[in-house]
Design a protein around this ligand. Structure first.
Ligand SMILES: [Fe+2]
Ligand SMILES: [Fe+2]
Length: 373
């Protein structure tokens, strides 16, 4: 008798659940699914609600791309290398000297936002390559003054372009010189990496401005973030199978594939190159950590530095999503904690605006016109 009574209670409970879910006619007005949908839409920021179609398209673009998480994977940094590997890396990268001309000194000078523009102009005028590049850019369709008059003075060019733009252009000039001369990559491969880097630099600068930060540091870090890619072939192993740091699967992230192919990765090589070139520590850290490997180690850096790294990583994500990538685009997930520290939304796509897209497009077009000749 006892088991039969239990069975009857069980059946009664089942019937009650059925009735509560669908057996009853829904009350007039909103049905549960509609209510849920309405709540979801209400939680979107107003500017996203106002441009729903634009953001829907961005989210669709995101779905088309593979997305990897590196925060939990132990990618290589200099700390993982033994002394012989470190020595090998330093010696190889020492073969790539950074030219120490006027452009480099100017770029350094412009790190100080209060520097005298006349002093900058005097130094810029002493180098014909620098002067030619500045005048070409300021007279381009994007920067030409409204009067339409041609700009012939370096001082006026600097004032019209602004220190940040000038600094970025000069630094690019210096890097281009070193890379074009020493990178074993083809001209086309080099060009693609530069276009991607310039796009990331602009996006990072725009994001920094929104955070009310001086964009100088992220502009340079953005330009440099993939510098290691230019020199990866230096380390290509003859027999890839001889060294497998990671299980090779179809969904192995590109950065870990690099480690299998070279023993290093472009973030690590880029960081060591910054060290060899004696660039500021902040640039070195931003380049080394821009893919968020060893997230725990990264947490020990200062808040300011973590914000710089996140800004560059977000800019990289945005540029891959908008197809300003140097290879088949893909995404690296940005840890939510890092986004929150910058005051960025969890949904990185919501940081993109048509204006930001336009700024990136403008810089890429400019570079296509005035570089790589
Ligand atoms: Fe990268
Ligand atoms: Fe990148």
């Amino acid at each position: 008798m006892y088991p039969l009574a239990l069975f009857a209670i069980f059946l009664a409970v089942l019937a009650l659940i059925w009735l509560s879910r669908g057996g009853k006619a829904p009350s007039k007005g909103a049905t549960p699914p509609t209510r849920k949908k309405a709540k979801k839409i209400a939680s979107l920021p107003p500017f996203v609600q106002a441009n729903k179609l634009y953001y829907q398209q961005l989210l669709l673009k995101r779905k088309e791309l593979p997305c990897y998480c590196l925060a939990t994977s132990a990618i290589k940094t200099t700390r993982n290398l033994n002394e012989t590997q470190k020595e090998f890396l330093y010696q190889e990268l020492k073969k790539v000297p950074l030219p120490s001309g006027a452009a480099m000194r100017l770029s350094e000078m412009l790190r100080d936002p209060f520097v005298d523009s006349k002093e900058v102009a005097a130094l810029a005028s002493s180098d014909p390559v620098v002067s030619a590049r500045l005048l070409a850019v300021v007279n381009s369709a994007y920067f030409r003054p409204a009067s339409g008059k041609k700009v012939n003075s370096i001082h006026r060019a600097i004032l019209l372009l602004g220190f940040n733009q000038v600094r970025n252009l000069l630094f690019q000039l210096v890097l281009e010189h070193a890379v074009n001369r020493y990178s074993p990559l083809s001209k086309e491969e080099i060009r693609k990496i530069w276009l991607h880097s310039a796009a990331v630099s602009v996006a990072a600068g725009e994001l920094a401005k929104r955070q009310k930060e001086h964009p100088g540091l992220v502009l340079t870090a953005g330009l440099m973030h993939d510098i290691g890619k230019f020199f990866l072939p230096f380390f290509k192993l003859e027999d890839e199978g001889s060294f497998l740091a990671h299980e090779m699967e179809e969904d192995t992230p590109p950065l870990l594939r690099e480690e299998n192919q070279t023993g290093f990765n472009h973030a690590l090589i880029g960081g060591v190159l910054c060290y060899v070139w004696r660039l500021p520590k902040e640039i070195m850290q931003a380049v080394s950590y821009h893919h968020f490997g060893h997230f725990d180690r990264l947490k020990r850096l200062s808040l300011r530095m973590r914000r710089v790294i996140t800004t560059v990583a977000v800019a990289d994500y945005i540029c891959h999503l908008l197809r300003y990538a140097d290879e088949d685009p893909y995404l690296y997930e940005i840890p939510k904690e890092a986004l929150a520290e910058c005051g960025f939304p969890d949904q990185v796509e919501f940081l993109i605006t048509p204006e930001l897209e336009k700024e990136i497009e403008k810089m890429v077009a400019l570079l296509k016109e005035y570089s790589f000749q």
